[in-house]
Ligand binder design. Structure first.
Ligand code: TRP
Length: 370
């Protein structure tokens, strides 16, 4: 297969809301680094609107409205449409067809064991209400996404590992049944703990819209300040400045771990050379939460203000953003269409690819008469 040597990335997001700092630290920042590393032949990012519908069938407007937010967030963090193909899932019919074939290669028992789907089922209340088939089967559709792009590398959060595992099983089964056709992908997960899981400002495990504990990439400086000063959790045992404090589990320090550099100290808090020195002082006592929060706000501003400015530029030209998305989707339609053709050929169900089957059928009928 000619794609075998190529290094191809596919990743994606469900367009259910604006992207936040957790997305930035956990995936967007790295996507930009991968994009600019020059190490990959192709980078594709899928806006997974069909997957988003599997648990939002009652609210397609939410998905429709957030596609633009997600693209704007991508463009503002530095994903470059010249280097990265950004596309919309629902406009790629090959993905639907592939999903349909792959569904025959997976058992319901296997799907029931997917720990991420199980957890999401609980969260959505599907255990009581009944489980939509589309939602139950979305890991199969995700396998279609990944294989359609011939992805070798899939950069994702840890919670997506079961999807990649499921994809690999489908690839192996497909290739065994129909001959070597699909590319076996590998997951790539964030390197360190803070990148993997940035908590909400309130210290809850995850940033989530419903908890109101997010810092969005598109938030204003004022909102960010309010979130940090008003809601951010520090160390409840650190009552007076002189008291010794804990930096572990202290959200201000978790965010600093994820975001600050020595340059930030030189610029905004020259009392310390680096985060280790600052933490040491906090633990020893004598460093107040106010100073820490003020520093964090400066770091957040330095990180987010260029993103905010970039977003403002793109927001003035939505027609161009539309064109970018349409062009990316057109390109992806070719890639994914070619994979579907290869799959149908391998399964020998490409009846109308040429008229070759006429001879085959004629021979078959003649033999039946003898
Ligand atoms: N399931 C992913 C998420 O919720 C989104 C997604 C859809 C995806 N298709 C993909 C991720 C293909 C990587 C590759 O974040």
């Amino acid at each position: 297969m000619d794609n075998e040597q190529k290094q191809i990335i596919l990743t994606g997001d469900r367009p259910t809301g604006r992207l936040h700092l957790g997305h930035y630290v956990g995936s967007l920042k790295r996507r930009v680094e991968l994009q600019n590393s020059g190490k990959f032949d192709e980078i594709n990012i899928l806006i997974a609107d069909d997957q988003a519908l599997t648990d939002n069938a009652d609210n397609p407007a939410k998905i429709r409205d957030n596609i633009i937010n997600v693209v704007l967030d991508y463009l503002s963090v530095g994903l470059d449409p010249e280097k990265t193909t950004i596309c919309v899932q629902s406009a790629l019919p090959a993905l639907h067809a592939l999903t349909f074939y792959y569904m025959n290669l997976v058992t319901t028992a296997r799907l029931s064991r997917n720990p991420t789907v199980k957890a999401e089922m609980q969260m959505r209340g599907f255990a009581d209400e009944g489980l939509p088939v589309g939602f139950f089967a979305y890991p199969v559709s995700q396998a279609a996404d990944i294989t359609a792009f011939n992805a070798t590398v899939v950069p994702v959060g840890e919670d997506q590992l079961p999807m990649i595992e499921q994809t690999r099983e489908i690839v192996e089964k497909f290739n065994r049944l129909y001959g070597e056709t699909l590319v076996l992908p590998k997951a790539m997960i964030p390197e360190n703990e803070t990148q993997r899981r940035l908590p909400g400002v309130d210290g809850k495990a995850k940033m989530s819209k419903s908890l109101g504990n997010c810092i969005y990439l598109s938030d204003t400086a004022k909102t960010i300040k309010k979130q940090v000063n008003g809601k951010m959790f520090t160390d409840p045992t650190h009552l007076r400045i002189e008291d010794s404090g804990h930096t572990e589990g202290n959200v201000v320090f978790t965010y600093l771990d994820a975001l600050c550099t020595d340059d930030h100290f030189a610029e905004y808090l020259p009392d310390y050379k680096n985060l280790d020195e600052m933490k040491e002082h906090y633990r020893r006592g004598g460093l107040g939460d106010g100073t820490c929060k003020k520093f964090l706000i400066s770091v957040l501003e330095e990180t987010l203000s260029p993103i905010r400015a970039e977003r403002a530029k793109w927001e003035k030209d939505i027609a161009t953003v539309y064109d970018i998305l349409e062009a990316g989707t057109a390109k992806a339609r070719e890639t994914t269409g070619a994979t579907l053709a290869r799959v149908q050929k391998a399964m020998r169900i490409n009846y109308f690819a040429d008229r070759g089957i006429i001879k085959e059928w004629e021979k078959l009928l003649k033999q039946a008469k003898q």
